[in-house]
Design a protein around this ligand. Structure first.
Ligand SMILES: CSCCC(=O)/C(O)=C/O
Ligand SMILES: [Fe+2]
Length: 179
């Protein structure tokens, strides 16, 4: 099955729940592409030797890679980190994540300030552009393992909203014009 994405409801319920509208309003991959969000489906069982992953890394210049296991027993400062991941934020660089095990959600804002939820499962690799407002949460399974990729030395700093006056946000917003 392909990547599942949808517009979220605005309920304050547990962030780990799907938060679909009734009826569900799916979002197309084309819409995600317009926002600068790109997706690949890979075989996570062979990630250590996968030529397809190697090609993406070479083509995109993803020289840095590490693996993060997000579970209460494996991630130091688990609660604190999950809280910060779910704060609406942006980065100065693209965020590239590849789900090796488990599952989780990325939420991105569209041009009209609607939240789009992206259900990431094993084998999904996603790139979020620098300057897009987004957030991350585990789902109700409470576990995922993800590869983090980066061009050059990683910079993890997140700028919580509001960061509208930052150059990267202005650049991103300009890139959306005409979409
Ligand atoms: C799946 S890696 C943890 C989430 C993260 O690094 C981030 O910046 C979320 O937006
Ligand atoms: Fe982020």
């Amino acid at each position: 099955m392909g990547l599942e994405t949808w517009f979220m409801d605005s309920s304050e319920e547990d962030q780990r729940k799907p938060h679909k509208l009734t009826p569900n309003q799916p979002v197309s991959l084309e819409k995600l592409r317009q926002l600068g969000v790109f997706h690949w489906k890979l075989n996570a069982d062979i990630y250590e030797t996968d030529p397809e992953l190697e090609k993406i890394r070479k083509d995109q210049g993803y020289s840095y890679m590490d693996i993060i296991s997000i579970h209460k027993d494996t991630l130091p400062n688990y609660e604190e980190k999950l809280k910060s991941f779910f704060e609406e934020h942006l980065h100065l660089d693209d965020e590239i994540r590849y789900i090796l095990d488990g599952q989780a959600y990325f939420d991105v804002r569209d041009q009209e300030e609607r939240w789009i939820r992206i259900a990431m499962k094993k084998g999904d690799l996603i790139t979020l552009p620098a300057g897009i407002y987004h957030r991350f949460t585990l789902d109700e399974t409470n576990y995922t393992k993800a590869m983090r990729l980066f061009v050059g030395e990683p910079v993890w700093k997140a700028y919580n909203r509001p960061a509208d006056d930052s150059d990267i946000r202005k650049k991103y917003v300009t890139s959306l014009q005409g979409c």
